[in-house]
Design a protein around this ligand. Structure first.
Ligand code: 9MR
Length: 358
């Protein structure tokens, strides 16, 4: 035993994060061992002010997604004056904690700056503005962001195109243009489409599948598809998730669970929390079952800072930790799902982040 203690001591002194990744039971170490990034959306206001939040974030996650601070509304509140201050702080935190950064999001119909939402632009103005926005933001973070949600939520629930200002201005080709512009600004970043209610096989995921296949056939730089996974207990679990992820992977794409949470009618009780845990565990198990599923990201990790109650009246408790920052059964379900999945990596688990960042 003395040699083991001595070895660990020397290894700790040399490289603390590597030893932590092997010896602890955090979500991130479980993900590292299976070559999956385990991520969360980050509220950067809480990041600045709450040490407990920072500690949990650093310990448990190998990937971060800015919940809001890379959106156009935040990065260019005044036309022509980009401001990446809050996003830069998150990137610095991630680098200090050996975490990958998922960029979110470049093209969306929501959270546009007021000057843009006010309208009055011609179609060619809008194309030029979008090109400049993507070029500026992606260049700013070039080399620091391993994957971008380039286009967010392009479809309606029935699989028809969402009639966003981008669709109105450019037709469906805005997607290919956005991917091309992002690729030009950072050729090393993985470029994704991302949407909700596409977890199971159905009209909306079929539309995403057809779009992805078409883009690939045309040589457009698309690397992956993100499945948000904002689930609710009252709507059931998307049982075809694994098969759905696999059909996108079979196109030659990476796939990712990008915004997982499981809301419930309040108040929470032990039965609902147990069912929620089952849903979280099955979401992660699907990602673990598909080789090309590179990351599993939750949309915030504590109920005090979840977007859900503000949008769905009477619903909430959608994350891994309760209002008192205590672990819920959902947290254990993620750990159990990781433990139940074969350990794919025999080499240094800390490589996982590096592999995905470059
Ligand atoms: O969690 C985000 C919340 O703080 C914002 O107010 C909201 C604005 O629409 O966006 C939320 O994040 C969304 C994400 O960017 C895209 N998919 C749905 C997410 C939850 O609404």
């Amino acid at each position: 035993m003395r040699w083991l203690a001595c070895f660990l001591f020397v290894a700790c002194a040399l490289s603390p994060s590597h030893v932590v990744a092997q010896a602890d039971s955090s979500l991130r170490s479980g993900g590292d061992a299976r070559n999956k990034l385990i991520g969360t959306a980050v509220n950067t206001t809480v990041l600045r002010t709450d040490p407990g939040y920072r500690d949990f974030l650093a310990r448990e996650f190998s990937s971060v997604t800015p919940e809001n601070v890379m959106k156009w509304q935040v990065v260019e509140p005044q036309r022509g004056k980009p401001d990446y201050t809050a996003a830069d702080q998150l990137v610095q935190f991630a680098q200090a904690n050996n975490q990958a950064v998922r960029g979110h999001t470049l093209v969306w119909h929501k959270q546009l700056p007021a000057w843009l939402a006010a309208g009055g632009f011609s179609s060619s103005d809008l194309a030029d503005l979008l090109h400049a926005h993507i070029g500026d933001e992606v260049s700013h973070f070039a080399g620091e962001i391993y994957a971008w949600d380039v286009v967010n939520e392009p479809f309606n629930d029935d699989g028809s195109w969402r009639n966003s200002i981008w669709y109105q201005a450019m037709g469906s080709d805005y997607v290919a243009m956005a991917l091309q512009w992002a690729h030009e600004a950072d050729p090393s970043a993985k470029l994704y489409l991302n949407d909700y209610s596409t977890e199971g096989i159905g009209a909306k995921s079929d539309a995403m599948y057809a779009l992805a296949a078409d883009l690939l056939a045309r040589g457009v730089p698309l690397d992956g598809v993100g499945f948000q996974a904002h689930l609710g207990l009252q709507y059931g679990f998307p049982d075809s998730l694994t098969a759905n992820l696999q059909r996108f992977a079979d196109l030659g794409l990476d796939v990712a669970i990008t915004e997982a949470d499981v809301r419930m009618p309040l108040p929470a009780d032990s039965d609902k929390l147990a069912r929620q845990a089952d849903y979280f565990g099955r979401l992660l198990a699907s990602c673990l079952a598909v080789d090309r599923c590179v990351s599993f990201t939750v949309w915030g990790f504590d109920d005090s800072h979840s977007w859900v109650p503000g949008v769905f009246q009477g619903q909430g408790a959608a994350t891994l930790l309760d209002q008192a920052f205590e672990r819920k059964p959902a947290y254990d379900a993620l750990r159990d799902a990781l433990a139940a999945s074969p350990n794919a990596r025999q080499s240094d688990p800390a490589d996982g982040v590096i592999n995905h960042t470059k």
